[in-house]
Design a protein around this ligand. Structure first.
Ligand code: AMP
Ligand code: MG
Length: 413
């Protein structure tokens, strides 16, 4: 099978993934990191009334033609409006957020005034109609679309809903994701290692990333390299979860059974991608069409597992969780930087090298590679803040050449 370019794999995969259908209604307090299953239309104007943007004095602008000093008729506080009406030549002492008194059409900030006798005030600067006034509906107009279906509910969007007095939202149910690692050599953290054994890094890394993506996690542990056990466990996971993510056993070694079992239990969509690290990656479905579980088989090498999760599983889970196309389009943005050192690259596959980007003294965006680039060298991740994305056909890069970088998003930071 020829190697599949990443963008083709991604497009192919996203086209096959279902969007969620099941929803639930939650209070705003419970809705952090959930995905909206409805459009939100504003029930009110924000602000709901004209109000002052400053501490100062509210006047009728036309009075300036006749008066150079004004009498203070009363005070307006946020939450305690000035109730009366002002006469010609009067003003109202007003605080930030207080409702604009009837007929007033400008607010002069405190710092641009002078005392002119008891209860009298003078204005020192020129004044414009409507200055320092926050108008009704200026932030959000009643009846307008505030958040579209498929938006993420987070620190930017939830307070906005609170400002509209919306107490409950309809969200998609969380994606249930089963995870497991495969390999006779693997031991869970916390247990002692025997000869030839290693700790299971991938299940730990995958769990952390799924927690960040607010998925519901079902942990099926470590499977020995035994196709019968694979089959039994895959069936259980298929019944319990929307998604199964495995690692290891997707290559062509003699203990690599994932692909065979997957072919028996469902269908495999593709499994070799033209990226480095991360070539062996399986995508498919387990079970019949009524209860299909999406399958992702990550490579065993921890760096490859993380890279393929970031590049492929992350957008797939965004789609499965109901996040909209706008969100997906900005999930892993790229930019152009200047290589600070030479980079080693063999032409053939698209490279995702671990890099560190920074701004140099001339203000230019630069990037340097971090540590060794082998797919078994996990330690380099900690010091890196981006992927250096090198085109498949590109060879070695000289210092000073332009390269594409992909700063880590919240998943890896
Ligand atoms: P495999 O794809 O199963 O042949 O694994 C490739 C390499 O990744 C081998 O060196 C494995 O020991 C290693 N590996 C597989 N799974 C894990 C894991 N969960 N944590 C750490 N290393 C792993
Ligand atoms: Mg293995």
């Amino acid at each position: 099978m020829a190697l599949l370019p990443l963008n083709e794999a991604l497009a192919n995969m996203l086209a096959q993934l279902p969007t969620p259908t099941e929803t639930e209604t939650l209070s705003l307090n419970q809705a952090a990191n959930r995905v909206l299953a409805q459009d939100i239309i504003s029930p009110i104007n924000v602000p709901n009334f004209d109000n002052s943007a400053m501490d100062g004095y509210a006047i009728k602008l036309a009075d300036l033609d006749q008066f150079s000093t004004f009498t203070i008729a009363g005070k307006a506080f946020a939450g305690k409006p000035f109730e009366g009406e002002i006469k010609s030549g009067e003003c109202v002492r007003i605080m930030t957020g207080a409702m604009l008194p009837t007929d007033c059409d400008a607010v002069i900030m405190q710092e641009e005034t002078e005392q002119a006798g008891e209860n009298q005030i003078k204005f020192t600067n020129s004044i414009k109609l409507g200055q320092n006034i926050r108008r009704v509906g200026e932030d959000v107009a009643k009846g307008s679309l505030v958040l579209a279906k498929g938006s993420l509910l987070n620190v930017a969007s939830l307070p906005l809903l609170a400002s509209l007095g919306i107490a409950k939202v309809e969200v998609f149910k969380r994606t249930k994701v089963a995870i497991l690692s495969t390999g006779d050599e693997l031991v869970s953290v916390g247990k002692p290692l025997s000869t030839g054994q290693i700790y299971d890094t991938n299940r730990f890394a995958v769990r952390l990333m799924l927690e960040k993506l607010n998925c519901e996690i079902l942990d099926f542990g470590i499977l020995p390299d035994d196709p019968t056990i694979f089959e039994e466990t895959f069936v259980k996971a298929q019944q319990a979860a929307d998604v199964l993510i495995t690692s290891g056993g997707v290559s062509v070694g003699e203990a690599d059974f994932t692909k065979d079992v997957l072919e028996k239990l469902g269908k495999i969509a593709f499994w070799k991608i033209a990226i480095k690290p991360g070539k062996p990656f399986a995508f498919g479905f387990l079970g019949e069409s009524e209860k299909q579980t999406v399958f992702f088989g990550l490579p065993g090498n921890p760096v490859s597992a993380l890279v393929t999760f970031y590049q492929l599983v992350q957008p797939a889970l965004a789609r499965l969780s109901g996040l909209n196309d706008d969100y997906l389009a900005n999930l892993t943005p790229k930019m152009t930087a200047c290589a600070a050192t030479n980079l080693k690259k063999a032409a053939g596959r698209q490279d995702f090298q671990r890099g560190f980007y920074f701004i140099n003294e001339q203000g230019e965006l630069m990037v340097k590679p971090v540590g060794q680039q082998g797919s078994h060298i996990f330690s380099a991740f900690y010091e890196s803040n981006c992927f250096i994305v090198l085109e498949a056909e590109r060879g070695n890069v000289q210092a000073g050449e332009k390269v594409t970088i992909q700063p880590f998003n919240g998943l890896l930071r």
